[in-house]
Ligand binder design. Structure first.
Ligand code: AMP
Length: 401
């Protein structure tokens, strides 16, 4: 893999696509700096080599050009603290201010460009825009795994202007190595835990995993589509009526492939989708009318945890219930505890980005699992077997092997 370790950056200006799409509160304070912290090793390697760094990123989803709310200026102070050095800022990602600041950048200096998505050309993958960005640096580095599944100007198109000088940053390389390990070198027993709201978002991944795993645990909202397909009463629980046949199909496939597919036995049910709803425990196929399953119940926790604890490889994507509400967090928390215990006993555990990563962070387990991915959609697509444009752009064509 052509990572930045292949180059000594001394005297080079590295143009790095990072994913600094961090959440900000209404006073523009960063409420979770994980993505910024994730890019620090790449930035430091280049600066320590004697290179300089030009950082480009998107932030949020600005609709109509420059918007104060989405300015990357809000990140400058915190980035300076993380890097322990000054950070310059260009109030445009192309144009005069970016060109002159990039030109004057000296070895050991850092320049952050304004939000790429202030230009519609970014998401359109516009080549002329990519070329303008490319003109700012000597070397292109992609360290933005979170946007690797997008063929945007700064994530993919730009690479063609650096045919022999394009590299993966450490974050990107780590993400790919860990995903690869799960997909192609999983020690058995291999258990996948799937949860979250909808089965329709994860059909391709489930089908792909059925080829590889020994155990497939299905929890969260998506489990009720399976329960209903099997003839159960699910009350007002989340269901995708048009996916009932598909659910049966997946169950059949699992059986044919000798995959142990586990569905919840019971649920924590509620009389409303609310933090203060009345709750009870019910079997998954006997949820009374007017009630809905919002978490897996104690018997499910027991069955899921015992399988997780005896696994050697674990992939987790999607919470077991509405973990954002205290009354419905126990299933997700208990499964997380089982993953932590398995990891302590030597299992490799990868937590998919998005809500699973948020859940693990909420319970304070992020350092007790093997790897927490920073990419939600990107990781899903990679695991589904799709080629990510941000990855292909670096690996294809000429360049170091
Ligand atoms: P996803 O983005 O598909 O991974 O879904 C994550 C969301 O699913 C979280 O916000 C959970 O609150 C929600 N969720 C999990 N279990 C349930 C459930 N039983 N009913 C409704 N929503 C759920």
């Amino acid at each position: 893999m052509n990572t930045i370790d292949f180059l000594n950056f001394s005297g080079k200006k590295a143009l790095i696509r990072v994913d600094f799409n961090v959440p900000l509160d209404d006073k523009f304070n960063i409420t979770d700096d994980n993505r910024m912290v994730g890019a620090v090793p790449t930035i430091e390697k280049i600066l320590n080599d004697g290179g300089s760094v030009i950082l480009m990123s998107h932030l949020g989803r600005p609709k109509d050009g420059p918007t104060e709310k989405y300015s990357l200026r809000h990140l400058v102070r915190h980035l300076a603290i993380l890097l322990n050095r000054d950070v310059q800022f260009a109030d445009d990602c192309i144009g005069e201010s970016a060109i002159s600041k990039a030109k004057e950048l000296k070895s050991g200096e850092v320049l952050l460009l304004e939000n790429l998505r202030f230009y519609k050309e970014e998401e359109k993958g516009d080549e002329a825009f990519a070329e303008k960005l490319a003109s700012l640096g000597d070397v292109y580095v992609n360290d933005a795994f979170g946007t690797a599944h997008r063929a945007h100007a700064s994530t993919a198109v730009i690479a063609k202007f650096f045919p022999a000088a394009k590299y993966f940053g450490y974050l990107m390389a780590g993400e790919l190595a860990n995903a690869e390990k799960i997909l192609n070198h999983a020690e058995k027993p291999f258990t996948a835990i799937m949860g979250g709201a909808k089965v329709s978002d994860k059909i391709l991944l489930i089908e792909q995993l059925l080829e590889k795993v020994d155990n497939l645990i299905i929890g969260g909202g998506m489990a009720y589509t399976f329960a209903k397909a099997l003839g159960g009463q699910i009350g007002n629980s989340l269901v995708e009526e048009d996916k009932l046949d598909l659910a049966l199909e997946l169950l059949k496939k699992a059986k044919a492939k000798n995959v142990n597919l586990l569905l919840p036995i019971d649920s924590v049910i509620a009389d409303a989708f609310a933090a203060d709803a009345n709750t009870a425990i019910a079997k998954n196929d006997a949820i009374p009318a007017g009630w809905m399953g919002l978490d897996i119940g104690p018997e499910s926790v027991k069955s899921f945890s015992s399988v997780v604890k005896s696994s050697k490889t674990i992939l987790w994507n999607g919470p077991m219930g509405v973990f954002e509400m205290k009354k419905f967090e126990k299933g997700t928390k208990s499964v997380a505890e089982a993953v932590v215990e398995a990891t302590k006993s030597g299992a490799f555990s990868l937590i998919g980005g998005g809500d699973s990563a948020a859940a693990v962070a909420k319970f304070g387990f992020e350092n007790e699992v093997s790897y927490v991915s920073t990419g939600g959609g990107a990781l899903l697509e990679y695991m589904e077997g799709k080629e990510l444009p941000g990855v292909k752009a670096i690996t294809s064509g000429s360049g170091p092997e």
